[in-house]
Design a protein around this ligand. Structure first.
Ligand code: SF4
Ligand code: MSK
Length: 653
């Protein structure tokens, strides 16, 4: 299923590549400078239509086998595999790849936590002991009269099961609403342990093992759930405990956060430990003095992509842009070093960095790039790496030889809405509660909640679908929760400020104005989609909106996704009961049994379902129609006539 729209337009106009003005300016400059960016490559590289439909298999060397999407049941592979088996296996492997990425990241955070607790690592500490206690309690770990170390040691042991356990249920199943969990037990999709689930999917999708698309999808669900309610959730919770739980903070987003007279350092990737250590290094008096001695006014640290989104949410570190802008920003000539760790790091960055003499520094043992400098980051001695990054950046500043052109755009907004803060914001600081959110959904001021997440993709106009989709949702009183590159797209569009409430429909606008919140709430990085699951569970636990996650008037979307991680996220949202829509393309052939399974039958089994739409307005209305159907099923559809907030309501809020 592939309906690209961008490539039918002329790519000579940068504004057909992106809705981001600063990225468009840098595309223009790159063309003048003779530098190739991801947009140019996307234009030049025709996607293989058979691959885009997932109608090819290269799981053994009797193939590769290619089936015809226009007549999907005419042929089978050499082994006899049908189109449904081939598509299901490819889909399941994407889920495994995405889940492995989140899970390995989560495991790295858990290992850091273990070594902080046992004293082997001295440079980090537990910043949020309250969250430690809350997470421990949620897993029935005894907390009364116990030290932070004792609780943390038990929490580590418990959470390690998320990865290594081979039988039983992963720990955070305790957070799943009972009716949802019972359905998962009945369907036999409760994850046992992430390593086992990913291993099993890889086994079952090799040649000649699992050759029933329904059974393969079952394992894809179990694996995806081990990501959303396992690897990703551990990553979010442990990162909050170690580095602090986000609370709202005003932050500038866009390329204008670069400063011509400062040493500019960009951190791009997904693991917050590198970035946390960078914050310490750029605060070093010795290094700041070295920057001044080199003629700079100081050191300017900014983030990109998801670790950038986490640091923006936790510490108010400015954010320079999302995935599709990571090479374009180097074209400013103002980036004195870009340090990267894992995930979503385009190899093409190396060539662009080389053109502007910007050091591109890889830091993680799992992720090296030919042509980049590798400075390995070790949590036992983090400053050895991060100080060296600063030194390299200062040296580049001193020897700058390329003209600097920094786009002026900076969009200020409020970021850092953890699921805890949503409950405090709506329920009161001393008695956080989801009751006001549920009440406002029941009385119809808020029609429902949408999670809009995921990447940007140079095969479609950057940020455009995110912005149009979200504006349409809030106009129709749907409260939007954002993560990852989507959060950055909406921040750049100015929707993260409370003043943007006037874009919302009358009910949502009243709630936003009463509470003083923006109509879109940014929750952090792509692993922080787990916050959406926790918030949804809290809504069910609060009561009045059904017994299971599948009952809630909610929907999800990743309108510009590009990563296997997004497929894993989509599948764990679907398995959790959410109608989840993707744009750009979907790796599946329509009018097949596997298509009907993902887009219809999963919902009949009490889960959610997939949807696909490239038009963001049509996508919004599919999501709204689904939300309205859930409202009708709950018997709260009559309350949608406009209810004004009176003084007593305001006091209550
Ligand atoms: Fe072809 Fe079957 Fe081998 Fe796939 S597993 S490449 S369909 S023979
Ligand atoms: S960084 S996975 S491009 S959201 Fe998490 Fe953005 Fe997608 Fe990467």
């Amino acid at each position: 299923m592939k309906k690209e729209d961008k490539n039918t337009k002329s790519m000579s106009d940068p504004l057909n590549c992106t809705a981001c003005q600063s990225t468009a300016k840098m595309i223009t400059k790159a063309r003048k400078d003779g530098v190739i960016l991801n947009f140019d490559r996307a234009d030049d590289m025709k996607a293989c239509p058979i691959g885009a439909d997932s109608a090819c298999c290269k799981h053994c060397f009797m193939g590769p086998c290619r089936l015809n999407a226009r007549d999907p049941y005419k042929k089978v592979g050499v082994c006899g595999a049908t189109i449904d088996t081939i598509m299901a296996r490819n889909f399941a492997r994407a889920v495994a790849g995405g889940s492995a990425a989140h899970t390995d990241h989560g495991m790295a955070m858990l290992e850091l936590f273990r070594d902080v607790v046992n004293g082997k690592i001295q440079d980090y500490e537990i910043k949020d002991p309250f969250k430690l206690v809350a997470v421990a309690k949620s897993l029935d770990i005894e907390t009364e009269d116990r030290s932070v170390e004792e609780i943390a040691t038990d929490l580590y042991k418990e959470l390690e099961r998320t990865y290594t356990q081979v039988e039983g249920e992963i720990p955070f199943m305790k957070r799943v609403p009972e009716a949802t969990l019972e359905n998962w037990r009945k369907l036999d999709i409760v994850p046992r342990g992430a390593m086992r689930e990913i291993m099993e999917i890889m086994h079952r999708t090799t040649m000649g093992v699992d050759q029933h698309y329904e059974n393969i999808t079952k394992q894809a669900s179990r694996t995806a759930l081990s990501d959303g309610w396992g690897g990703s959730m551990v990553s979010t919770e442990i990162s909050d405990i170690l580095f602090g739980t986000p609370t709202p903070v005003e932050v500038g987003v866009n390329m204008g956060v670069l400063k011509e007279n400062m040493v500019n350092i960009i951190i791009h990737g997904h693991e917050p430990n590198l970035f946390e250590s960078m914050v310490v290094s750029v605060g070093s008096e010795v290094l700041v003095q070295a920057a001044k001695d080199a003629g700079a006014e100081g050191i300017n640290l900014v983030g990109m992509c998801c670790s950038g989104a986490e640091m923006m949410s936790r510490h108010g570190v400015p954010h320079a842009g999302n995935f599709s802008s990571t090479d374009a920003i180097l074209v400013t000539g103002a980036v004195d070093a870009m340090a990267v760790d894992i995930q979503c790091i385009k190899q093409g960055l190396a060539a662009v960095a080389h053109c502007y003499d910007t050091p591109l520094i890889t830091t993680n043992t799992r992720a090296m790039i030919e042509g980049a400098v590798h400075l390995e980051f070790h949590e036992h001695d983090p400053m050895a790496c991060t100080d060296e990054i600063v030194i390299k950046a200062i040296s580049r500043f001193k020897n700058r030889k390329h003209p600097i052109e920094i786009p002026k755009e900076v969009n200020s907004g409020i970021q850092g809405f953890s699921h805890e803060y949503i409950s405090y914001m709506l329920g009161g600081t001393f008695r956080g509660s989801y009751a006001p959110l549920n009440e406002n959904i029941i009385n119809g001021r808020i029609r429902g909640v949408a999670g809009v997440v995921g990447c940007t993709n140079p095969r479609t106009r950057q940020d455009d679908s995110h912005i149009k989709l979200v504006r349409e949702l809030i106009k129709n009183d749907v409260l939007v929760l954002l993560t990852g590159c989507s959060q950055i797209a909406l921040a750049k569009a100015g929707l993260s400020s409370p003043e943007a409430a006037h874009f919302a429909g009358p009910g949502l606008q009243e709630v936003c104005e009463t509470v003083g919140m923006p109509p879109v709430l940014g929750l952090g990085s792509c692993v922080d989609n787990s916050r959406i699951l926790i918030a949804a569970s809290a809504m069910v636990a609060q009561g009045g909106l059904g017994d299971s996650l599948a009952d809630l008037p909610v929907a999800g979307a990743a309108p510009e996704y590009m990563s296997e991680k997004a497929i894993a996220i989509g599948q764990y949202f679907v398995a959790s009961g959410v109608y989840t829509m993707f744009g750009v393309t979907f790796p599946i052939v329509e009018n097949t049994k596997f298509h009907a399974h993902l887009f219809k039958e999963l919902e009949e089994m009490g889960l959610g379902k997939w949807g696909f739409e490239t038009d963001p307005i049509a996508m919004a209305h599919s999501m709204i129609a689904h939300i309205d159907k859930k409202r009708a099923d709950l018997g709260i559809d009559k309350a949608r006539e406009r209810v004004l907030v009176d003084m007593s309501d305001r006091r209550q809020l």
